[in-house]
Ligand binder design. Structure first.
Ligand SMILES: Nc1ncnc2c1ncn2[C@@H]1O[C@H](COP(=O)(O)OP(=O)(O)O)[C@@H](O)[C@H]1O
Ligand SMILES: [Mg+2]
Length: 364
């Protein structure tokens, strides 16, 4: 049972709080993705699990056993880094065999397990090469094989794809997912890349400033972000966030709308009902819920248009200089830079957040 449990875990470096009271369970057999910007504490969280750092507060358990005082070598986990960390003087086969030697596993069993894992990861033909004679993708496969070969309780992966080119990254991403599904080994996977997070994990944990912001299946975090940080971080580009106030309508004036710089944002009746409970908000709208439309309720001026092939991003500015990104099919008319246009907002795509706390206001 390789469940990993963080309970109130805090790690400081001098005045920097790298990990701030993190409570999180990675279920047995799960692939959980830790997602957050550079410097938010992802690597520190992994190093705490691996025992490469001591924690200041809290507890970590692996497979039901508290490991705070357990030596790294006795934690029965395997780490895969972005830098591969292969021994340059050893062949591929010897690199993979290394952790088995360290554990005193007999020669014949070592050979059998190395052969088995090399064929599973698709690198059998590379057995005799040294790391210097391999491509980046091949090296990462060897590093994966070396992690798998010991059959540990858990894998810790720290941005393992970031040194690979785009095509190889997509392929290796799929390989890691299918491998993890077959092995059913508990995996904590760190990335700052939200496409990896959306596509790989059973659940994602979004981290900022050492704190967990939201833990949920990736699509839930995208559809119902818990706060403005998650809203803005997930998605490419992220959700537009506009300072907004409740419109002037009285309680009988029908469905309220929000007043923002440059116009209004329509609300669904459900969201309108909860909007009456507060006065000031951040209104969140994803670029795909906006469209350029002469009858739109917002006026904005075009800052730049980014053509991405199948679609374009029309990046606009409201009168208060808040930036708003509109996603548009490539065959639509492209507005010119500096042009003033109107934007239609799909009420179904509107999210409300508390202006002070940034927390999501639920529509039911
Ligand atoms: N050994 C260290 N000494 C001092 N500060 C550190 C050390 N390792 C990490 N930090 C700081 O802790 C914070 C989290 O770092 P890290 O876990 O590496 O973030 P991430 O992996 O998300 O980019 C950062 O502010 C970083 O500068
Ligand atoms: Mg890191």
């Amino acid at each position: 049972m390789g469940e990993i449990v963080f309970s109130g875990v805090t790690k400081r470096y001098g005045n920097t709080v790298a990990v701030d009271h993190v409570t999180l369970t990675v279920f047995d057999g799960e692939l959980l993705v830790l997602l957050g910007p550079s410097g938010c504490g992802k690597t520190t969280l992994l190093r705490l699990v691996a025992g490469l750092e001591d924690l200041d507060e809290g507890e970590i358990s692996i497979g039901g056993k508290i490991v705070n005082d357990v030596e790294p070598k006795d934690r029965d986990i395997a780490m895969v880094f972005q830098s591969y960390a292969l021994y340059p003087h050893l062949t591929v086969a010897k690199n993979i065999e290394f952790p088995l030697r360290q554990r005193g596993i007999p020669h014949d069993e070592r050979q059998r397990r190395v052969q088995d894992v090399m064929s599973r990861v698709g690198i059998a033909e590379l057995a005799g090469r040294k790391p210097g004679q391999l491509s980046g993708g091949q090296r990462q496969r060897v590093a994966l094989a070396r992690a798998i070969v010991r059959d540990p309780q858990a894998f810790l992966m720290d941005e393992p794809l970031s040194n690979l080119d785009a095509a190889l990254r997509v392929q290796t991403r799929a390989d890691i997912v299918s491998l993890q599904q077959r092995l059913e080994t508990t995996t904590l996977y760190v990335t700052h890349d939200q496409v990896e997070a959306m596509t790989m994990g059973h659940r994602i944990a979004v981290v900022n400033h050492g704190e967990i912001q939201q833990v949920s299946p990736p699509q839930d975090a995208y559809d119902r972000p818990a706060n403005t940080f998650v809203a803005g971080f997930l998605g490419s580009p992220g959700m537009n966030l506009l300072p907004a106030a409740l419109g002037e309508q009285g309680p009988d004036a029908g469905v309220p709308s929000l007043v923002v710089s440059g116009g209004t944002i329509p609300l669904t009746p459900e969201l309108g009902a909860v909007a009456r409970t507060a006065a000031r908000f951040k209104a969140g709208v994803r670029p795909e819920s906006l469209s350029v439309d002469p009858d739109g309720s917002l006026e904005a001026s075009v800052v730049i248009v980014e053509a991405l092939g199948a679609e374009a991003l029309v990046i606009c500015e409201l009168p208060d200089h808040t930036q708003v990104v509109v996603r548009q099919d490539a065959d639509r008319h492209r507005p010119g830079i500096g042009e003033t246009l109107r934007i239609r907002v799909d009420p179904v795509g509107v999210h409300l957040f508390d202006a002070e706390t940034g927390l999501r206001i639920e529509d039911r």
